[in-house]
Design a protein around this ligand. Structure first.
Ligand SMILES: Nc1ncnc2c1ncn2[C@@H]1O[C@H](COP(=O)(O)OP(=O)(O)OP(=O)(O)O)[C@@H](O)[C@H]1O
Ligand SMILES: O=P(O)(O)OC[C@H]1O[C@](O)(CO)[C@@H](O)[C@@H]1O
Ligand SMILES: [Mg+2]
Length: 343
């Protein structure tokens, strides 16, 4: 078989480890051949790909980013998009299957193509950890570990100046990175998209912490909506696909805290630092296992599915199950963390 791999959506530490795992299993176990489409679905609709021999994936497990490049191209758009055109491209290039490595948008495209009869499967990726049917996505552990390290540093400078510190992390729709990095760094408040909290409540937690002589640390996910607001606060316009460009709520929280509490407060936006660089050991192992597993699934011709981590096992699940809403932070996980806030 000749299998085409693509990486699509935001990049994520571990993408290269998936590619390596897939190629090594395919070449060593089955004698399959691999190609890599450039820049996500763009490479598929334009038939733009590179050969991926075993030598091309050497040492890739530890390398951040994606050697294939990524984009947010829709495989159904443009004169060469859609299942009929993609089928013609596959036949012309003798490509037998497509493995789409991406988040919910990429996998929605993969599902529609599989529903139209194309041999397509998925591998879940996102630092946000918001995909259903998989316990964790690779990239999440790396993002949490980078954010934890940054917050440890914010705490020492905050303590020295008796300031409150605000750290804004990624998390457009869900607060997994905020919850885990906040818990890990000992944050005194964690603000996430799933939970409406008033700025007065946050100010109360911050004041309590300050009064017992500590430097308060507030972690806020970029998609947090404070009580009294209907929509996420952002001031950087929108992307081409209409998504608001986030990264700004931290500034609002900082200004409001300083205004209400009178405590000098500083804001740090971690941004894309959370997505860059080498994956953690956990993410390398998870991504490698997903890469190994997806090739077994392709070999068994189980189209329209993705590989997923369930417990400690790599399982095969229908893309429809994985795409049935986002995996948000449950109420009980928030209540559990809340015990650590404030006094
Ligand atoms: N229902 C759909 N059908 C076909 N293509 C889609 C669909 N939904 C999204 N896409 C395409 O997939 C691209 C990638 O999706 P998106 O930008 O959400 O990234 P993602 O794979 O979800 O990763 P991220 O975690 O960065 O959001 C979108 O820009 C869009 O072009
Ligand atoms: O700046 P970009 O690449 O458009 O992506 C930003 C988004 O991608 C993610 O990192 C992953 O979905 C989100 O947390 C964030 O909102
Ligand atoms: Mg998405």
């Amino acid at each position: 078989m000749k299998i085409g791999l693509l990486t699509s959506g935001g990049d994520c530490p571990g993408l290269n480890a998936v590619i390596r795992g897939a190629v090594l299993n395919g070449v060593k176990t089955y004698g399959h051949e691999f190609v890599g489409f450039r820049d996500g679905w763009r490479g598929v609709v334009e038939g733009d790909y590179m050969d991926l021999p075993r030598t091309k994936v050497r040492g890739l497990a530890r390398q951040g980013g994606t050697i294939l490049g990524t984009s947010r191209t829709n495989p159904f758009d443009g004169p060469h998009g859609g299942p009929e055109n993609i089928e013609i491209m596959m036949e012309r290039n003798q490509i037998d299957a497509i493995v789409a490595i991406g988040g919910e948008g990429t996998l929605a495209g993969a599902k529609r193509l599989a529903d139209a009869g194309l041999p397509v499967v998925g591998v879940p990726k996102t630092i946000d950890n918001d995909l259903q049917a998989t316990d964790y996505t690779f990239g999440f552990d790396t993002a949490v570990s980078i954010a934890t390290d940054a917050m440890d540093r914010l705490r020492t400078t905050g303590e020295s100046h008796h300031r409150a510190m605000v750290a804004e992390v990624m998390g457009r729709h869900v607060g997994w990175i905020a919850l885990h990095s906040g818990m890990s760094a000992g944050a005194h408040a964690v603000l996430i998209p799933e939970q409406k909290v008033s700025m007065e409540q946050v100010a109360e937690w911050v004041t309590e912490v300050h009064e017992r002589g500590r430097s308060p640390l507030v972690v806020v996910a970029e998609g947090f909506i404070p009580e009294g607001f209907e929509e996420v606060i952002h001031d950087k316009g929108t992307e081409k696909d209409g998504r608001p460009r986030l990264g700004g709520i931290g500034e609002y929280v900082t200004q409001e805290l300083e205004r209400i509490t009178g405590i000098e407060t500083r804001n740090t936006i971690l941004g894309h630092i959370q997505r860059g660089g080498a994956p953690t050991g956990f993410d390398r192992v998870l991504a490698t296992r997903l890469g190994l597993g997806v090739v077994d699934m392709v070999h068994d011709k189980e189209w329209g599915k993705m590989v997923a981590l369930q417990g400690t096992d790599i399982k095969r699940v229908d893309l429809s199950v994985a795409l049935d809403g986002l995996k948000t932070v449950p109420q009980e996980r928030w209540e559990e963390a809340k015990v650590l806030f404030g006094r």
